[in-house]
Ligand binder design. Structure first.
Ligand code: SAM
Length: 275
């Protein structure tokens, strides 16, 4: 690998991923549009439809740096509540809180800037928090929803991130409380949008050429950074396929785990419920 990624010890992966996203933060949106020919917008819209956001919701978008998912959640909540209340804000809307958590401050800064361009005030419904998906700083049972879009692939220990969303332990009957919950409430929904494995003959070959030749070249041309985009392509190959990832979500404890392939599996949306 051009980044020597395969030789990098696990504990250095976070640092490596950090460097990659620091380097691409400024050209990130443009590259997303170019690489996916604008489709990432539709994929994110689909993610939000599945989440079905509601006024008063507490939602956590992990690896959400640029705010793309968070803005959509807020917009959906606004449209739902306005439709319901015909212009008057329901009380519950006041409680709406969307947390954007990302390990990389540069990505968060891009998101914060975009938030202010959109007219969202600092103390509005959005909070920007720097943190690691593997060790979230949010309280147990505090979130109605958890999304992660194009993020989990970069996390060193995927099971740890899933466990931060789910981990439900046991409650001791009388005292000596042993109660771990982690961030989702009971009934909370986990949704993950991620580049996945395409399995449509012929298209697969075309897609391979596109990923291994066109994307790194595009990265060099547009972002001046071939290596980061080479890393991206390689990390997609290493990521577990749809079935395997669904199994990991189930193993974390989630129920009703399912996934939807988009564009023949170029992208998949996995979902699960914490019941
Ligand atoms: N969710 C956004 C979107 O869909 O446009 C950003 C996706 S971007 C490809 C991946 C993001 O994951 C980067 O902002 C990166 O900083 C973040 N990231 C990588 N590892 C992370 C970790 N362990 N915890 C939290 N965020 C992480």
């Amino acid at each position: 690998s051009s980044l020597g990624y395969k030789q990098v010890p696990e504990e250095q992966k976070s640092k490596l991923v950090g460097n990659v996203f620091s380097s691409v933060a400024s050209s990130y949106d443009l590259m997303n549009d170019l690489m996916s020919v604008g489709l990432h917008r539709l994929w994110k819209d689909r993610l939000i439809s599945k989440l079905n956001p509601f006024p008063g919701m507490k939602h956590l978008d992990v690896a959400g740096g640029t705010g793309d998912v968070a803005f959509r959640v807020l917009e959906r909540i606004n449209s739902v509540s306005h439709r319901a209340m015909q212009g008057t804000l329901p009380d519950t809307e006041e409680d709406t809180q969307i947390y954007v958590c990302d390990i990389n401050p540069n990505m968060l800064n891009v998101g914060k800037k975009r938030a202010s361009e959109r007219g969202y005030k600092e103390d509005s419904f959005l909070s920007w928090i720097q943190g690691d998906a593997e060790a979230l700083s949010f309280e147990d049972g505090s979130m109605d929803g958890y999304t992660i879009a194009f993020g989990i692939r970069n996390v060193t220990h995927i099971e740890k991130a899933l466990s931060e969303a789910y981990r439900f332990c046991q409650i001791l009957l009388v005292s000596h409380g042993f109660a771990c919950f982690r961030v989702l409430k009971r009934g909370g929904r986990f949704l993950c949008l991620e580049l996945s494995h395409m399995d449509v003959p012929l298209f697969k070959e075309i897609y391979d050429v596109y990923s291994f030749s066109v994307i790194p070249a595009m990265g060099e041309l547009v972002a001046g950074d071939r290596q980061s985009y080479q890393y991206l392509v390689e990390s997609v190959r290493r990521f577990p396929n749809q079935e395997k990832f669904a199994q990991m979500i189930q193993e974390a404890g989630f129920e009703r785990v399912e996934y939807e392939n988009l564009v023949g599996g170029v992208v998949a949306i996995h979902s699960g419920l914490k019941l």
